[in-house]
Design a protein around this ligand. Structure first.
Ligand SMILES: [Zn+2]
Length: 281
């Protein structure tokens, strides 16, 4: 009788069973060692250096394309659209990073639609599907952009490691489905020139217990932005490590296999505040 009563109380929600709460955002169990590789700013070396290495290991990746900086004239430091199209044809994801590399704030959000369309129309002209992922340029973001991103078919958007960590540190937290807003996914690590294999390991090892580590890279090397450059030698070591340690390496859009982008937390800042508090203590 006692057990029947207990069962009834649990079923009725009067007693909450001592288990993890259900995570409706998760579509299927997230394996440990699941990492997402992302590359920002249309760097030439994405095509010449990163691409062949990623293909060697069979890794997925997202390339966030912008025509900002001097992309149009400077084909020594930036990819051509022919090269971007080839990345797509070889199975890599092309994501949207705004036409002009415009930081999106409450002041600039009214320009977001044209910024998204600037890249989407170039994709269309090159036979590339309209991007479904976005990377916030610079170190800006605003919830005022969420509806516009969704109207343009964006399902997941990646930010940096800030505000939990200062931008300068290049550190971050892994994505926690259900807690992180799908349009504010944190970078678990943002590779910098000073990074060594230990930094990559610390970043990747966060990918466990239902969390996914999203890694952010710029050029390999970044010939136009030396403060975010990764050397080819280091990058080769990072990929080799992920391969030897049997990480599953995917593009950002591949998250939809595991995570429902429609399920959003009530307060997107709650998880960010919780992490900040954790870092203080
Ligand atoms: Zn950028």
């Amino acid at each position: 009788m006692r057990f029947v009563l207990l069962g009834w109380l649990i079923l009725s929600g009067i007693i909450v069973a001592d288990e993890k709460p259900p995570q409706p955002a998760v579509r299927k169990p997230i394996p440990d060692r699941l990492v997402v590789l992302t590359f920002d700013d249309s760097s030439k070396s994405h095509f010449t250096v990163a691409r062949p290495l990623l293909k060697e290991y069979g890794f997925g990746a997202t390339f966030f394309i912008t025509e900002g900086f001097d992309f149009k004239e400077n084909k020594r430091d930036y990819m051509t659209w022919d090269e971007i199209r080839q990345l797509h044809e070889e199975g890599f994801e092309i994501g949207n990073h705004t036409r002009d590399h415009l930081g999106i704030t409450d002041k600039t959000v009214d320009r977001l639609a044209e910024q998204l369309e600037g890249i989407a129309s170039q994709c269309k002209a090159n036979g590339i599907p309209s991007p479904t992922t976005f990377a916030w340029p610079g170190n800006a973001s605003t919830p005022a952009a969420f509806a516009i991103l969704q109207q343009h078919g964006i399902q997941f958007a990646r930010r940096g490691g800030a505000p939990e960590y200062p931008y300068e540190e290049g550190r971050g937290f892994a994505f926690e489905p259900g807690s992180d807003h799908p349009l504010l996914l944190p970078s678990a690590g943002d590779a910098r020139p000073k990074w060594a294999i230990q930094d990559l390991i610390r970043t990747a090892e966060q990918a466990r217990d239902g969390r996914i580590a999203i890694l952010q890279f710029h050029g390999v090397p970044d010939t136009a932005h030396d403060w975010v450059s990764s050397s080819q030698q280091n990058f080769e070591a990072y990929l080799k490590y992920l391969h030897l340690e049997k990480y599953k390496v995917i593009a950002l859009k591949d998250l939809q296999e595991y995570v429902d982008p429609q399920i959003v937390p009530e307060d997107p800042n709650a998880i960010i505040d919780a992490r900040k508090t954790k870092l203080k203590n």
